[in-house]
Design a protein around this ligand. Structure first.
Ligand code: ATP
Ligand code: MG
Length: 501
């Protein structure tokens, strides 16, 4: 090191020492009056803020959620066993914070920001778990599509960057699979993903992480995990933390996809917490502010204006229903907050129609503005055709005689249902989706038995790649489907149809 720099360094230190003033930090202390079930009542500790972190003995942390005249009610994050009546409690002057930044990619953290994968976490930036949602002026309309790779969704309930699309359905209907497929499909795009597990079995979370790793999706994904055995406070905090992690990336101008799996368990954790804090129960024993619980979370997904970097957060919240009842308290709340829902049905799932999307009850309120031009061109009448088919299929279930037009409607409906079936982890790119729907439009599979439709479609795509490979890159890159390309693909498909005979 040269003398020169040394001199400046020492001068710098000298200057620092001279300007150093000693200011004692005064911490407020209180005493635990009662503790049990993860909730502590503390006497003293006036002037706390809502959501402030409190430090108990042995580095156990809690969060102040009830601010009373002469004390606070706090929920504990870690095991409450070591907290005893009479212990002193310190106010930290901070609200719950979560690490953010690129260092989190590929990591698994808990809602308090600790790494769960055994490796050290080196982060410098933190964001509070609870933050106000971006204002109207800071946003721009949702216009850019976010491809999920699932044909039934991209064609009929398209999701845009910055949208909140609810995935709703009974247990074991493939909700998590749809969200994971959407994450896998972001490979080789610039989208970063955050998967938030709320109150799930640890084995389930391990399975999800394994799938993410197997598909090479962990490189661009952050997992925020809270298991069923965590305290209700930890589960309650999980989605807010996941959202802050996403906001960290959005502030860098990136597009982010967040999955909250699932918000029913989040509401249940909040109910447990509220009841333990002796808040009055309301409908279905949920506290009165359970709507605000989810609205303030989901309002934070946004598409930011160019001035603010143009990043976005797309949210895929998941809700589990009981017996298909979408009009229960929490499902209706979340349906009214989000910009549309993907409704999954047990009946469809068990009859082999997977993904089990009920297209009649699924909507996207952002609609076609979040769809590639190419997709718009081929998916126009799909919804109507499918609903007409479903309606007609019910009438003709008992093998009654049908006229020619109805027979055609039924045949085409069956063919479309078959084409929309898609296995787990088999995403389709835009070109494949457009080509499949164009083939359906041209009735290429007219003379193919229903059970062979899927394999014939696969064969057709294989042939198309061989002869029209350039179109694939063009469509995938530009999202456009020009008349010229359409004409050539049409010719090819009609030729393919001739050869099928
Ligand atoms: P839970 O209510 O337990 O969270 P879930 O609704 O999230 O369930 P998943 O765990 O995604 O459902 O899926 C349930 C089962 O269905 C899994 O075994 C999965 O492999 C299978 N499955 C999901 N989607 C498909 C699909 N498209 N094709 C074939 N199998 C599927
Ligand atoms: Mg699931």
């Amino acid at each position: 090191m040269s003398n020169d720099i040394y001199k400046t360094k020492s001068e710098y230190l000298k200057q620092k020492l001279e300007s150093f003033t000693f200011e004692p930090i005064v911490y407020d202390y209180g005493t635990v009056k009662s503790v049990g079930d993860g909730v502590a009542r503390v006497e003293g500790l006036q002037n706390r803020v809502y959501g402030e972190l409190l430090e108990f003995k042995d580095e156990v942390f809690g969060m102040a959620l009830d601010l009373e005249e002469n004390g606070v009610g706090a929920v504990l994050f870690d095991s409450a066993d070591s907290v005893k009546v009479g212990d002193s409690v310190r106010g930290t002057g901070r609200v719950a914070e979560i690490p953010v930044g690129n260092a989190l990619l590929g990591r698994v953290i808990d809602p308090i920001g600790r790494a769960l994968d055994g490796k050290p976490l080196e982060v410098r930036e933190f964001l509070p778990a609870e933050r106000p949602a971006p204002t109207i002026i800071e946003r721009r309309p949702v216009k850019t599509p976010l491809q999920t790779g699932i044909l039934a969704i991209d064609s009929m309930v398209p999701v845009g960057r910055g949208q909140r699309e609810l995935i709703i359905g009974d247990r074991q209907t493939g909700k998590t699979s749809i969200a994971l497929d959407a994450i896998f499909n972001q490979k080789n795009t610039d989208v970063i993903c955050v998967y938030c597990a709320i109150g799930q079995k640890a084995s389930n979370i391990a399975h999800v992480i394994e799938q993410l790793k197997k598909n090479g999706a962990m490189d661009y994904t952050v997992v925020v995990a809270s298991t069923a055995s965590d305290s209700p406070a930890t589960q309650y905090l999980a989605p807010y933390c996941a959202c802050s992690v996403a906001e960290g990336f959005m502030n860098m101008g990136k597009d982010v996809l967040v999955v909250y799996d699932d918000l029913s368990k989040h509401a249940v954790a909040y109910r447990a917490m509220s009841l333990l804090l002796h808040r009055p129960p309301g409908r279905e024993a949920y506290p009165g502010d359970v709507f605000y619980l989810h609205s303030r979370l989901l309002e934070r997904s946004a598409c930011m204006s160019e001035k603010l970097g143009g990043g976005s957060i797309t949210a895929l919240p998941i809700i589990e229903t009981m017996g298909g009842n979408i009009s229960a308290y929490i499902p209706t709340n979340v349906i009214s907050i989000t910009d549309g829902q993907i409704y999954l049905e047990t009946e469809l799932f068990h009859s082999g129609i997977r993904p089990a999307v009920n297209t009649g009850l699924s909507v996207s309120r952002v609609g076609r503005s979040a769809q590639h031009d190419a997709m718009k061109k081929v998916s126009g009448t799909l919804r109507i055709e499918l609903s007409q088919y479903r309606e007609m299929a019910v009438f003709t279930r008992f093998g009654s005689d049908v006229d020619e037009a109805t027979a055609k409607l039924l045949r085409r409906g069956e063919c479309l249902t078959e084409l929309l079936k898609q296995g787990k982890g088999e995403p389709m790119n835009l070109f494949e989706q457009v080509a499949t729907l164009l083939a359906y439009k041209l009735d290429v599979f007219e003379n193919v038995p229903v059970k062979n439709v899927k394999s014939t479609a696969k064969e057709l795509l294989g042939e198309l790649y061989k002869t029209c490979g350039d179109f694939a890159t063009e469509i995938n890159e530009t999202g456009k489907f020009t008349d010229d390309v359409e004409e050539q693909m049409k010719l090819f498909m009609l030729n393919f149809k001739e050869n099928l005979k």
